[in-house]
Design a protein around this ligand. Sequence first.
Ligand code: DIG
Ligand code: MN
Ligand code: MN
Length: 390
Amino acid sequence: MDAYDPTPADRFSFGLWTVGNPGRDPFGEAVRPVLKPTELVKKLAECGAWGVNLHDNDLVPFGASAKERDTLVAEFKATLEDCGMVVPMATTNLFSHPIFKDGAFTANNPRVRAFALKKTLASIELGVELGAKIYVFWGGREGVECDACRDPRTAIARMRDALDFLCEYVKDRRYDLVFALEAKPNEPRSDIYMPTTGHMLHLISTLAHPEMVGVNPEVAHENMAGLSFVHAVAQAMEAKKLFHIDLNAQKIGRYDQDLRFGSEDLKQAFLLVRLLEGTAGGEPYRGPLHFDSHAYRTEDFDGVWEFARGSMRTYKLLKARAAEFDADPEVRQLVAEKRDPKLEPLLRGFSRDKAKQLAALELDASAVAREGLRYERLDQLLTEHLLGVR
Ligand code: DIG
Ligand code: MN
Ligand code: MN
């Protein structure tokens, strides 16, 4: 036991599909047996996790009878209770069954779109019954290979219709539930609609009930788009739309690896934890910290629990490093905001007078251009804190 052991106060969660991943990939069969959901819950509790998330079919097999569903749910709830675990988030599997081969909410066949809504309504009921407060939508099949098959604007409108319908269902049932939209640029489809968190933030602004819809950014997915995950998360936080987050790691330019958090770009992981924890002074993120990732295919179950423990431990190690970095007097001095009480009032809130003052501004551009920003020193300090020598 040490200061980096996870506690429920850390709000760490894992999906059943993460630690339950049997190691199958497009080129090879499963390498691990599939554990029952109740066994996964018990092991996650032993590792120190706070919550467990699920797709409907992670717990209730597709086509199960109502009686089978109720038995599985009762058993799962009893195990959650015994282990003191919660279900912070639930979601629908709208990507495995072949019916969704052309998408779910955006599919060209209205019968598919109706079935997707039906399945999601039932899955929302399951999530609410398990106590979930956040409902994630990852549109893994909402995309194309043959782009001539539909006008992309039609796909956007269909997505909006489905989300508006489901928001109104939740409001009608008076559920304490918000939606979080998860973007991914490709895989399994050649191009997935609304491919980044930025696209999702815009889509939310066009919905009938934008106040109950936020985003669930994932490290690997923004990296697959070649974008800064830290900036995507920061924009979501600034818009008060970071309702959930999927933590993992990813090597640039590869398929969705869903690697253990911090196992690739440690500097970006550090900057992400610094942002989420608000150690530099900004408003922190207080939602669940979900690891949407899985162990290497090389691993047995010892390796799977090593993966789970490592995910949480790395987050807490980086949280401590970020606090030390932002408490470092030299760092604070380098990042301190430059003030100019005379000029700052001119920078926001237009007035004719301010425009006149700006037009009359006397400023030696070359002298300002010659000023050094000392970011080399700042970045070296980050490296030294990260390597534990400061
Ligand atoms: C993949 O990144 C997706 C699915 O695993 C799930 O629908 C969502 C929830 O975290 N992430
Ligand atoms: Mn992923
Ligand atoms: Mn995810």
